[in-house]
Design a protein around this ligand. Sequence first.
Ligand code: MBD
Ligand code: FE
Length: 255
Amino acid sequence: MAAYDERVATVVPDILDAVQERLEKHKVTHEEYRAAWRWLTGLAASGEVPLFLDVFFEAVVERLGTEGRPGSAGTVQGPYHVPDAVLLTGQPYILPMREDEPGEPMLFTGRVTDLDGAPLAGVLVDMWQAGNDGTYSGFVGDAPEGNLRARLHTGEDGTFTVRTIRPAPYRIPDSGPTGELLGMLGRHTWRPAHFHFILTADGREPLTTQLYFRGDPWLDEGDVVGAVKDSLVIDVREGTDREAAARAGLDGPHL
Ligand code: MBD
Ligand code: FE
């Protein structure tokens, strides 16, 4: 048997009590209980437990954990991070992608500073994103392992420039239990397009965050995960050579 854990013994009974109270409040029938039982069993079997948890609960915990913290806003990590992505050298960095990677080319420059605005060199940036079809490599779709995922370091001036493609809005698979539940709730299954980042530097708090793109319709219609913060929305500048360029982002004091 596991050792007594005071925190678990404090929080979990409170959550279970809340669930029991709501079953009473709504006079949930045995038939409804069985339907929920089948749904949860199917959720576990589908492998969507991480997706379900991050959609419904991660943003709450993230806010609690970073509220009042100085520096750039953090937001949720989500279920699609893969540790140990390829370590790139030599700027401009090029995210691993296929020769014929679908999507609009994008040049992204981030700038990492300390809380006083001084550039931070040698910060480890772990970056990942969905492809043009809205899927993350290694999870769904046919992109090769490691596609559109990399780790890299900021240069002497604290900046890093990455060639990639513009990510597409992400849609939770509507054939799985998470999408099915959202459908029954009358909710859509979209997230606005985004880059993911985890920034790590010696002796500093890591920063887990995302950046979104102004003009994305799902910024207005809502994010199914509820993880967007205004300061994380960046402008995209259209280039003349049919190349889109994004500047800013990860700008201003942080870490
Ligand atoms: C995502 O792509 C994501 O970033 C989060 C937080 C949840 C579900 C899918
Ligand atoms: Fe994501």
